[in-house]
Design a protein around this ligand. Structure first.
Ligand code: NAD
Length: 426
């Protein structure tokens, strides 16, 4: 048995990590990747597990479990979000850290991949408890993070305020302000302009680059967008501003549809006031399931993972899917859609806008020189379009689906760097 076929240790045995390993194998095979490189790419470099004792509001102490997986630093400092969720466990964190490694690689960023998390339901914590949890977790992983080592960011259950507490704790322990230790911070303490809408804007830039490949342009095309949170609402707004007709949008309560196109700024105003899409005038109601089956030029799934799978892949009528969410189209469904001639732009490129602007935030913090929003957006467009073009070239050259092509570009970049750097000691 070669190392390459080594068995999975129990602490790594979870669906996300197993999927990542399968993608690495398939992409590696496609580009004839060095076997020793592949063996190394299938294991995280370092995973830290910490106990986080927290004084609760009733003065009792609870101990939570936290993780930080530093998957690869081949291309630069580790980079990835911190998740607060009751289902966080070691294999999930490692799987997400692997995905960050390949996302940062395909986007051409000078960053490695990481992910962190705490097993906790943050909705059950008071503000003080959440702050205590964040500060102690930061202190526990403190020796392993920093602007030149590992730069966390927000993820599910964490937000700019959480990042502000992280930055403050790290800085207090050092004795001076170190904004570059974390991204996704509020602008007042070194955050970047444009970070909030960056993922949605990136989805739209990618769609602009992808439409000509199916003989269309974004302007004048029809869209359906699932999810109206950070990613979906910004994608809808920027697509609307670029001249696309957004026929339907949805949130957890269901969707709204107008065959002539929704007035997205009005929908956003309505959402701000009512906190739901339900009841928006000038539109019919549509279920989330039916929204995915609409006959539109492109579908942007921007809510949940696994919404397009083997049960509906044959029924999709859109000509193109741009994955705003992480993993909305399953790997099996991607293959069915590819055979049906439906072009799927995968998440690791399509929703890369967030990490790209996080990268800009880190760069600006290190320079202490801040760019205006036009500069940020111009640079975002250049980087994300270049990643799309690279993926598209390999997709054509090897006649594989775009998800596989993107992964192969990522593995190829890591392979080159690993072979140049070599194996230490040897
Ligand atoms: P969010 O919480 O702001 O919004 C999620 C949206 O999905 C909400 O409109 C919610 O109502 C909707 N939703 C929830 N359950 C649903 C259901 N069952 N059916 C239909 N809609 C449902 O989250 P977000 O930041 O917009 O992230 C969305 C996705 O994009 C996630 O997969 C996330 O991991 C991914 N992502 C986000 C970013 C970012 O910068 N925010 C970056 C990369 C990837």
């Amino acid at each position: 048995m070669s190392n390459h076929e080594q068995t999975i240790e129990p602490h790594l045995n979870g669906p996300l990590f197993l999927n990542a390993i399968q993608s690495i194998s398939e992409a590696g095979k496609l580009i004839n990747c060095d076997e020793n490189v592949l063996t190394r790419l299938k294991r995280p470099r370092r995973t830290i597990m910490v106990s986080v004792p927290v004084r609760m509001d009733d003065y009792t102490v609870k101990v939570f479990t936290g993780y930080r997986c530093q998957y690869s630093s081949t291309l630069g400092p580790y980079k990835g979000g911190i998740r607060y969720h009751q289902n966080v466990d070691l294999p999930e964190v490692v799987g997400l850290a692997a995905l960050m490694t390949f996302k940062n690689s395909v986007l051409g960023l000078p960053l490695g991949g990481a992910k962190g998390g705490i097993t906790v339901d943050p909705t059950k914590l008071s503000r003080t408890e959440k702050q205590n949890l964040t500060r102690r977790y930061t202190s526990e992983i403190g020796p392993f993070i920093g602007p030149t080592k590992d730069i966390p960011a927000p993820d599910v259950g964490t937000d700019p305020q959480t990042m502000a507490w992280l930055m403050d704790t790290y800085s207090q322990e050092a004795g001076y302000a170190i904004p570059g230790v974390v991204t996704g911070k509020p602008v007042e303490i070194g955050g970047s302009l444009g970070r909030n809408g960056a993922t949605g804007l990136g989805v739209v830039y990618v769609a602009e680059a992808a439409f000509p490949k199916i003989g269309k342009t974004l302007s004048g095309s029809t869209l359906a967008i699932q999810g109206f949170g950070n990613v979906g609402s910004h994608a809808a707004l920027y697509a609307h501003q670029a001249g696309a007709k957004v026929l339907a949008v949805s949130d957890v309560s269901g969707g709204i549809f107008n065959g002539d196109g929704l007035n997205i700024p009005e929908v956003i105003e309505y959402m701000k006031e009512k906190k739901t899409l339900a009841g928006f005038p000038k539109a019919q109601l549509i279920s989330n399931d039916d929204l995915l089956l609409l006959k539109v030029d492109a579908l942007f799934p921007c809510a949940l993972e696994g919404v397009i799978d083997m049960h509906n892949a044959e029924k999709i009528q859109a000509k193109m899917i741009v994955e705003g969410a992480n993993g909305p189209v399953t790997i099996d469904a991607t293959k069915v859609l590819h055979q049906r001639g439906i072009f799927v732009v995968p998440d690791i490129i399509a929703n890369g806008g967030g990490v790209i602007v996080s990268y800009f935030e880190w760069v600006q913090d290190i320079m202490s020189l801040f760019w205006d929003e036009d500069e940020i957006n111009r640079r975002l467009k250049t980087i994300i379009t270049k990643a799309f073009d690279k993926g598209f070239s390999l997709h054509q050259e090897k006649a594989v689906d775009m998800r596989m092509a993107a992964m192969a570009v990522a593995v190829q970049r890591l392979e080159k760097a690993m072979l140049l750097r070599g194996l230490y000691p040897r």
